[in-house]
Design a protein around this ligand. Sequence first.
Ligand code: TXA
Ligand code: MG
Length: 353
Amino acid sequence: METKYIKWIPENGFDTTELEEAAKIIRDGGLVAFPTETVYGLGGNGMLPEAAKKIYAAKGRPSDNPLILHIAAFEQLEGIVSQVPETARKLADAFWPGPLTMIFHKLPGVPYETTGGLDTVAVRMPEHPGALAFLERAGVPVAAPSANRSGRPSPTQMIHVREDLDGKIDMIIDGGAVGIGLESTIVDMTENVPVILRPGAVTKQMIAEVTGEVIFDPAIMSAAGDRKPKAPGMKYRHYAPRAKMIVFRGDVAKVTDRINRELREYCCNGGYRPEEIGILAAEETADGYSVGQVVTAGSRRKGTVGKYIYGALRKFDELSVRLILAESFYGLAQEEAIMNRLLKAAGQCVVDV
Ligand code: TXA
Ligand code: MG
């Protein structure tokens, strides 16, 4: 299949003919990748079982891993979920449109193909103006996982989507680089107390300020990965670079020292050539390494680590390194989300310095 490319530009938006073409593809059961403020999504008509099947096929994703329905207006919830708890209304008031996904009991019209066989459904109203225009025009809830092949880091630029899905889907909307770079926070609203199933830009504290109580799904923070997470997608080894990765946790200066010592050790005694070792560093510390291929994941000071970390992990695949030594990124606004993704990418391989 030939993939058509169209653009959404911040100042000008869409060409209206192209926007209608994108919306029609969705209504007719085809697939369109589109930018959101978190990561690019791979969209299909959320009410059509065949569209969900196509999404799983294009991603190479297990079909028990449910999809998020994207909407452009709060009223669209009525056609998807059986009940909206008061706390969910408050969260929507506070964070929609935005990087928050909520889980509700689904109505029968939402196909099990979309929800991976579950009686609950995940819903999000993104904030990205291009995404909103596209969703509004499509007129149906759009099921969209991140637009990467399963097991690859989520796409934060159009070229990442092209790398993974060119020739496999009908259309890709190029909206430039995304703003946040990590997937939305997922909160399960079907329990008495809201449960965070995946940390994101909307933090636990921000949610607690609205709902009073909120807890983390214990499984997502378990370093050993020995508990079963409630979000089926969180159990897979996601966001995985091809090389083995070790995360060094602790004070930034000590971590840099330790990585430098490890570098010498791997090269002198470990049989690695310097170019076979990647280092994941922040802009501020990137110059502190004597050998190896340093890739920067944004700046601690400017708070752009979340935005660039997936791009950095993809870069390591291109460089064909065999080993990645990674700094950790604590003390940032998005630390929960960043460290959750980084530790998953490393398969929970951590050294405390
Ligand atoms: O920021 C985002 O959320 C992006 C953009 C495109 O909106 N989407 C995204 O989708 O990250 P995806 O498919 O990569 O991740 C969806 C996650 C998976 O971990 C899945 O298991 C979980 O949401 N999920 C979906 N429906 C669920 C449900 N009913 N119950 C529990 N977890 C659910
Ligand atoms: Mg994903």
